[in-house]
Design a protein around this ligand. Structure first.
Ligand code: TRP
Length: 453
């Protein structure tokens, strides 16, 4: 007997669902990317735009995915097959599953670096005068080491998914998410109590509206999609393990709030320490893997805080990666009748292999880049999935609910269960008009800025 002939699993508790979904949302995107984007794209000006993106696009779309998943009790492809039989809409789900594939493939690479740095940061902080940029370049530039860490990370991810929704995803989210919150708080307290911390806060938060261009808007939009795990069906898949008595409107609000809160707080853990110890923030991966180890090297008990930081990063990555793998796994279980274990293991291996070019993009394939993009392979995977596939996926999901399945029906579905608060006509308005129009214009503007300026 395979899993598909059993009854569908459901979350055992409300906290289980909320922490698992928040675990999906809170990831590398919050801790590793949001802070540097904020610093780079105009501080509080960027935060403002980002908050608007979360409220106008993020929240309605989280509710939408949860509703579609719960209504159909299926994976992203199955959702459309159930709700719009004999139509091509299932392709939206297929695009989502494919995007999940791509995201997890390169996510595993960065997550692998984080795992390796749990011990490498110790070396980097105790060896005097070490060249931190060099340590990182040597790590990602060596062929086998990053591959082994990436493989280890994928094994952990597969292990949790193979154990099931309640015994794997829910159980580990209940353990890891509280640890994540505590670690983040410890790091913030350490950072903001260093003498000279204010300068970092100024850098992080001072609004600079001159940095707001079409590209900034697209960056904020892409970041909101990525950070909230939207547009590929991860939240839909988690929603498919909800019961009719479960609340959607308030849970979606908590998830959006936790995710945004952690992203904002991560900046408070990083910038005060960076500036207090006399460093300049760098953009991109260099911030976490080069600047921070240098900062920890200057800090009393720096090795200790460094280890905590990379454990935090690895935990955040793990609870996100499992949601990506779960969407893919659920598709194979529901649609192809595979057992959970087989789907998780086979997909874990395939995704690992697809990720290898991204890893090798810093060693063997260093000189390769797609014409016109001027990005390394990992950034290319990242850019295509976040700036193109996720917004397109979210756009089509909104169109589907707004004009095909029906916004009224979706609203009623969301308001089932004993709700603390219900969504109203405003939600239907956002899904039908605001979300599609905003996504369309921001994408057009951002693509114009990226390629034609
Ligand atoms: N939200 C995660 C982060 O911020 C990444 C992630 C997990 C994701 N699942 C997703 C992104 C689904 C897009 C779609 O790091």
């Amino acid at each position: 007997m395979n899993d598909s002939s059993k009854k569908r699993e459901h979350w055992a508790t409300r906290a289980g669902f909320v922490l698992a979904t928040a675990g999906s949302a809170v990831g590398l995107g919050n801790i590793w990317r949001f802070p540097y984007m904020t610093g780079e794209y105009g501080g509080a000006a960027f935060i403002l735009i980002y908050l608007l993106a979360v409220l106008l696009l993020g929240y309605p779309l989280i509710v939408n995915e949860m509703v579609l998943g719960r209504a159909a009790q299926r994976n992203p492809v199955g959702v459309f097959k159930v709700l719009a039989p004999n139509s091509p809409w299932w392709l939206v789900g297929a695009l989502g599953v494919f995007t999940g594939f791509i995201i997890l493939s390169y996510y595993g690479v960065v997550a692998g670096w984080s795992l390796a740095y749990i011990y490498k940061v110790v070396i980097a902080t105790v060896v005097p005068g070490i060249d931190h940029a060099r340590v990182f370049q040597d790590h990602i530039g060596s062929v086998w080491e990053p591959i082994l860490w990436q493989a280890l990370f994928m094994i952990l991810t597969v292990g949790i998914i193979a154990a099931g929704v309640v015994k794997g995803i829910q159980r580990w989210s209940m353990v890891l998410m509280p640890v994540l919150f505590v670690l983040l708080l410890v790091l913030i307290v350490r950072s903001v109590t260093l003498p000279g911390a204010e300068e970092g806060l100024v850098y992080y938060l001072r609004p600079d509206f001159s940095k707001v261009t079409g590209r900034t808007l697209l960056a904020a939009l892409a970041q909101a999609f990525f950070s909230l795990s939207l547009g590929m069906g991860a939240i839909m898949t988690y929603g498919s393990y909800l019961d009719n008595k479960d609340e959607i409107p308030s849970n979606a609000m908590i998830v959006a709030g936790l995710d945004t809160g952690v992203a904002l707080l991560a900046g408070f853990a990083l910038f005060p320490a960076i500036f207090a110890l006399g460093f300049e923030p760098s953009a991109g991966p260099g911030l976490a893997f080069i600047t921070l180890p240098a900062v920890f090297a200057q800090m009393p008990l720096g090795a200790f805080f460094g280890v905590l930081f990379f454990i935090l990063l690895a935990i955040a990555a793990l609870t996100s990666a499992i949601s990506l793998l779960e969407a893919v796994t659920a598709w194979l279980m529901d649609e192809k009748g595979w057992s959970r274990k087989r789907a998780a293991v086979v997909m874990g291996v395939v995704i690992f292999i697809v990720g290898l070019p991204a890893t090798l993009g810093y060693s063997v394939l260093k000189d390769f880049s797609f014409p016109g993009l001027n990005k390394d392979l990992l950034d290319t995977y990242d850019w295509i999935s976040n700036s193109i596939f996720l917004p397109v996926g979210g756009f089509l999901m909104a169109i589907f609910t707004g004009y095909v399945w029906g916004a009224k029906r979706a609203t009623d579905e969301a308001n089932k269960g004993h709700n603390r608060f219900k969504i109203g006509r405003w939600w239907a308005f956002l899904i039908r008009y605001a979300v599609p129009v905003l996504i369309f214009f921001v994408m057009a503007l951002g693509i114009y800025d990226t390629f034609f300026r």
